[in-house]
Design a protein around this ligand. Structure first.
Ligand SMILES: *[C@@H]1O[C@H](CO)[C@@H](O)[C@H](O)[C@H]1NC(C)=O
Ligand SMILES: *[C@@H]1O[C@H](CO)[C@@H](O)[C@H](O)[C@H]1NC(C)=O
Ligand SMILES: *[C@@H]1O[C@H](CO)[C@@H](O)[C@H](O)[C@H]1NC(C)=O
Length: 362
């Protein structure tokens, strides 16, 4: 998406939108009967895009456990998800056939739950320890992996041997969504971070991806064999970016989108390298830029009479929904729920797109 999109690009985006809607409808039919999920277990790492409530009891301003968050969630209550309903990670789980949402690590899941999966994702977190910390506590990827280490050790005890745990863990799907906040809550915050003075964009991308590679190797050491890794999103196309830096006539802040290009290019390259290095594992890049184009405002605007602004009334200071204010009525018609996060409607377009790539490694 973007302000300079051509008609041919737009029609191909629209046709991919419709094929994805078709795929989603097909999957819903299959999911209707009771069946085993396509993988026995599913572990989730990431930031607010995947967080199901791990920040609720942290000392941070970055949490989403108040109305109107959760207004369309099955329980109808705010769980801490940064959405009106399900996250993309939740919908991937549903499409794979899981009957329940993968529980947050912070909810202290029991033995039968951890055999099915744990979600470690944390709003405002990044690859770097410093990322997002100006808003308070969060769980960076390194700590998320430490938390997973506890899960792995418990699974070893439950199943009775390391071999049984390894066999179990090798069948699970792992997905990881990281890097967005290392830009929007670090590099692009010069008042709290000096990274932009010390590194040019390509150097910063190299620094982040080197860290990411190290963490993905740790994940492999802990038994992960099927790993999906998202790129950084089109961070210049959020309502927050447009409000802060944009020209009202443009749909995206191109300079912000260009900033993350080297990250995604380098991430693809290290995923290729990991696949060569670990012949017993499969890693796949999940193209969040194309996913954003599919779910994003241009496609919504072109395909339906749909609005590109946030659905809830957002605080200008934080981009988060103002507590207890009635959100927009036509939530299916908004790509963005608040100024940063996709609506469930957008996630319903992103999830099957990611799942098509993930199926190659299952
Ligand atoms: C929460 O964090 C703030 C700012 O970082 C700090 O001043 C405050 O003491 C912390 N509160 C608790 C209960 O730890
Ligand atoms: C584990 O937690 C789930 C969800 O809360 C519950 O349904 C299940 O009965 C619990 N299992 C055990 C063994 O405690
Ligand atoms: C950048 O900030 C870090 C800590 O926030 C500090 O240790 C370092 O000296 C700073 N570097 C420069 C070049 O300002």
């Amino acid at each position: 998406m973007g302000s300079s999109r051509s008609d041919s690009q737009s029609s191909s985006l629209i046709s991919s939108l419709f094929s994805i809607v078709g795929l989603l409808a097909g999957a819903a039919v299959v999911a209707d009967g009771s069946r085993e999920p396509e993988v026995p277990c599913y572990f989730i790492f990431g930031d607010s895009l995947f967080d199901p409530g791990n920040n609720n009891n942290l000392n941070t301003t970055m949490k989403a456990n108040y109305p109107p968050y959760g207004v369309d969630f099955p329980s109808g209550v705010a769980t801490g998800r940064y959405s009106n309903g399900r996250t993309t990670a939740d919908i991937i789980g549903e499409l794979l056939g899981f009957e329940s949402f993968i529980p947050p690590f912070a909810s202290a899941p029991n033995n039968s739950e951890i055999l099915v999966g744990v979600n470690y994702a944390s709003g405002s977190a990044g690859l770097l320890l410093e990322t997002g910390k100006f808003m308070g506590e969060n769980i960076d990827l390194s700590q998320q992996l430490k938390n997973h280490e506890q899960t792995v050790s418990r699974i070893g005890k439950i199943l009775g041997s390391k071999k049984a745990a390894d066999d179990h863990l090798a069948q699970c799907l792992y997905i990881c969504n990281m890097g967005n906040n290392d830009y929007i809550a670090n590099y692009l915050q010069p008042q709290v971070s000096n990274f932009s003075k010390r590194y040019n964009p390509d150097q910063f991308a190299a620094f982040l991806v080197e860290q990411y590679s190290h963490e993905l190797v740790r994940m492999h050491v802990m038994g992960a064999r099927k790993v999906g890794v998202t790129g950084v999103n089109l961070i210049g196309c959020t309502p927050a970016a447009i409000a802060m830096y944009g020209d009202k006539d443009l749909l995206c802040v191109d300079s912000m989108n260009k900033l993350v290009v080297p990250f995604n290019e380098r991430l693809k390259a290290i995923i290729d390298k990991l696949n060569v290095r670990f012949t017993d594992a499969k890693f796949v890049y999940l193209d969040s830029v194309t996913a954003g184009g599919i779910a994003g405002q241009d496609v919504f605007v072109s395909a339906f009479p749909i609005k590109s602004t946030a659905c809830c009334k957002v605080s200008l200071a934080t981009g988060m929904c103002i507590p207890n204010v009635e959100p927009c009525k036509t939530r299916r018609a908004h790509a963005f729920w608040d100024a940063f996060h996709p609506s469930e409607a957008a996630s319903r377009l992103i999830a099957p797109f990611y799942l098509r790539a993930l199926k190659k490694i299952l």
